[in-house]
Design a protein around this ligand. Structure first.
Ligand code: ADP
Ligand code: MG
Length: 727
């Protein structure tokens, strides 16, 4: 009998939901572990408080002396909450979060000690972080990188550690993390959007991007997960036959949440409340043991931090409940994968959501301006958007008949499509008074405040307008939202900047009124960006053909998709918007290619190992039993045995056939890996993608066949039905 698998299964039989105490109301504990405005008011001097608030609102620098006051207040608050250590919390380009803890505790001579935390330690640290990926920017022997406090994301306590959100940059100034470019992109979009808002409302002085992510994930019993080396090492199953029952009954989706999972969710939500992550919804997803969690949307930078933090917290909380949480986009073949929809919008400091239709024609012209500019931005940069969602793991999901395809398009619904069609016919140049009135009353004025047909959710669209926000649906569940948010806000900033220039030029040169000029530019944008709009079904070949005819890109693999990240156009865009320099862009691209290569390389090795060390020996051992059986029959029945042992003999042959295939394919794959390892960068990634990876499915096919043939008692790997249906 396979001991690992059956021991693991036995362990799961006695699981009970872990008790979670909830003594206080959520609203009472919300943000209790966050150094938020409320805590700052209590623990900071007036000057220190003002200085932080100004830094948050206007990006002003914080004076070093004041930083000393802030750090002291922060330390006292943290210690009062039980913290003993502090850390600069950052998001290096590994995609995960990083932290190195230092104690507040310091000795002060004469055998005495005290808790200390100075302004210098708050503002800047130099982690010995030479092993984080840097794409060649920071040679280990040269300058080191440092982390710098980001006051726009509040410090928080996790466990007994005060975590200070920071950015991670090289001493030469280049960003080494996901956050620094994001902050620059948010600044760019703020500037550009505020300028455009001034056409409509002079009082607007700041525009914030907002992000509401929806995190999908799987929960697998930890004992079962631990018995699968592929899950532990790669985050997904590399083999496993589909269960007799999959998701075809759709009985899991929005069904009642299993009790162990419910306790996990409550525990998690408690932690989130303390950390100020405003989680709001939870439910079962389509696949068995798949779930989703979503917060109330927040300012994008904070939302990005909160998602990274959440993923950390989920791993920790899941351990308390004997679960392993899987963030991989496609942990199980043949079963729906996981995504992370990024709901995105722009809002003014006067409280207006710029992507929400308003009550008056003027408000709606503002809405249309931002709406159409978004479509134009996506149209002009579809390949860059595709690049930002590309990863080895998301490749399994995009276009897999459940998630959006690798073709980027925009869905806006029939009502708004009709509005844009009308606007396409606006007269060139000056508008007659009658046309103006007509536009105001019958087109712009008729945009309903609530757009009914956003409910006809087009699930196949990678970028959909959903009533008061756009939803980028192609983001993978494992991704850091900083990437897509940096791209989206940068392209929007560029687009709005161009728009403003074009409108101003029409006003100045053609002597048009402001709204005439706006209508004129919008009309052109609608025409120019028409090909990105698609309301139909994104699955299957029909759309692929149509998209090719329209000239839309269809970059199916990560190595293909990532090319757009370093095109001349992209580099010019990032440089113009002050988001990244050429060096930073190229370094990131190199890191992402490297990440891709390493993931496929690891998967190849793990698959080879499992197939050779688990699957083949198990098959051989079962085959031996069969052989014994056949020779036994021969002994007893003599010539007659052939008839009696026909099935067994057939099985013995089949098993041999599969073993031979597995062996030869592993050898061929290893050879291709060797070849790929001789290459570098793009070429290596392409070799891994096109030469190594195709063997995965082939090897898997034969392993999965063996799973069906071999005695269940002998099979060492926890089966799909066990992983997916253990509650
Ligand atoms: P549903 O899609 O389930 O009907 P909603 O449309 O209210 O629910 O929201 C889905 C997600 O979009 C939520 O995470 C929510 O926080 C987010 N969201 C709603 N409005 C905005 C906005 N203006 N900006 C960014 N995200 C938003
Ligand atoms: Mg959604």
């Amino acid at each position: 009998m396979s001991t690992i698998r059956f021991n693991a299964l036995k362990e799961t039989l006695n699981r009970k939901p872990v008790k979670v105490e909830e003594t206080k109301r959520r609203s009472e504990i919300f943000g209790d572990h966050v150094f938020n405005e409320h805590a700052m008011l209590q623990h900071l001097t007036k000057d220190a408080y003002k200085s932080v608030m100004n830094a948050i609102q206007f990006g002003t620098k914080i004076d070093r002396k004041i930083a000393d006051h802030i750090s002291t207040g922060m330390k006292e608050w943290a210690i009062s909450k039980g913290a003993t250590h502090y850390t600069h919390w950052f998001q290096p380009l590994t995609g995960a979060t990083a932290e190195k803890h230092d104690a507040f505790f310091e000795t002060i001579g004469n055998g005495r000690s005290m808790e200390k935390f100075g302004g210098g330690q708050l503002v800047q640290q130099e982690p010995d972080a030479s092993s984080f990926p840097n794409g060649g920017i920071r040679n280990t022997f040269e300058a080191r990188g440092y982390t710098a406090w980001d006051p726009t994301s509040p410090a928080f306590i996790y466990g007994t550690t005060l975590c200070i959100p920071t950015i991670f940059v090289a001493y030469t100034g280049e960003a080494l993390d996901n956050k620094a470019p994001l902050l620059r992109a948010l600044q760019a979009v703020d500037q550009a959007a505020t300028d455009v808002c001034k056409y409509f409302d002079k009082n607007v002085s700041k525009v914030n991007a907002s992000l509401g992510w929806e995190q999908e994930y799987f929960l697998i019993d930890s004992a079962l997960a631990a018995a699968r080396p592929d899950i532990i090492l790669t985050g997904r199953t590399l083999l496993g036959h589909s269960p007799a029952k999959g998701q075809q009954l759709d009985d899991h989706y929005f069904g009642s949440i299993p009790s162990r999972v419910m306790s996990f969710m409550r525990d998690l939500e408690n932690e989130c409340m303390l950390l100020g992550i405003p989680v709001k919804t939870r439910h079962n997803e389509v696949a068995p043991n798949q779930f989703e969690l979503a917060p109330i949307f927040e300012e994008a930078n904070l939302a990005v931090d909160h998602n990274s933090l959440l993923m950390d917290v989920m791993e920790k909380v899941s351990q308390r409940h004997q679960f392993k949480v899987l963030f991989h986009e496609k942990p199980f073949a043949g079963i729906n994968g996981s995504g992370k929809h990024n709901n995105w919008s722009l809002a003014t400091d006067t409280g207006v959501n710029l992507l929400s239709p308003g009550k008056t024609p003027m408000k709606n012209l503002q809405f249309l301006t931002f709406f159409i500019n978004t479509i134009k931005a996506v149209h002009d940069n579809e390949e860059l958007i595709r690049a930002t969602i590309a990863s080895a793991s998301n490749d399994h999901r995009l276009g897999a008949n459940e998630a959006p395809p690798a073709i980027i398009s925009v869905f806006i619904g029939s009502q708004l499509s009709a509005v844009l069609d009308e606007l396409e016919n606006v007269t060139k140049g000056k508008l007659s008074p009658q046309e103006k009135t007509d536009l105001k009353l019958n087109i712009v004025g008729k945009i309903p405040e609530i757009l009914l047909d956003n409910t006809d959710r087009n699930r196949t669209s990678p970028f959909a307008f959903t009533g008061n926000k756009f939803e980028l649906r192609a983001v993978g569940s494992w991704a850091n939202c900083a990437g897509p948010m940096t791209v989206l806000n940068t392209i929007m900033a560029k687009q709005l900047k161009d728009f403003k220039e074009e409108v101003d030029a029409l006003i100045a040169k053609k002597d048009l009124k402001k709204d005439e000029a706006i209508f004129n530019i919008l009309r052109e944008y609608i025409k120019q960006s028409k090909k990105i709009r698609f309301e139909g079904n994104g699955y299957g070949e029909a759309w692929e053909k149509e998209a090719a005819k329209r000239g839309l890109s269809n970059n199916k693999t990560t190595p293909e998709a990532l090319k757009a990240q370093i095109s001349k156009k992209t580099i010019a865009l990032y440089e113009e918007m002050n988001v990244m320099s050429k060096v930073e862009v190229e370094a990131r691209h190199e890191i992402e290619l490297e990440d891709y290569i390493m993931r496929i390389q690891i998967e190849g090795r793990v698959l080879g190992d499992i197939a050779r060390n688990h699957v083949i020996p198990t098959a051989v051992s079962y085959q031996n039993t069969l052989i014994e059986n056949v020779s036994g029959l021969k002994e007893i029945f003599g010539k007659e045995f052939k008839k009696l042992a026909a099935e067994q003999i057939d099985l013995i042959e089949k098993i041999s056939g599969h073993i031979a295939e597995i062996n030869s394919k592993i050898n061929a794959m290893t050879e291709e890996r060797r070849n790929a390892n001789q290459l570098e960068g793009q070429k290596a990634a392409e070799a891994y993608c096109n030469k190594v990876k195709p063997f995965f499915d082939e090897i898997r096919y034969h392993c999965d066949k063996l799973e069906l043939l071999v005695d269940d008692n002998l099979w060492p790997l926890v089966k799909y039905r066990e992983l997916l249906f253990t509650r």
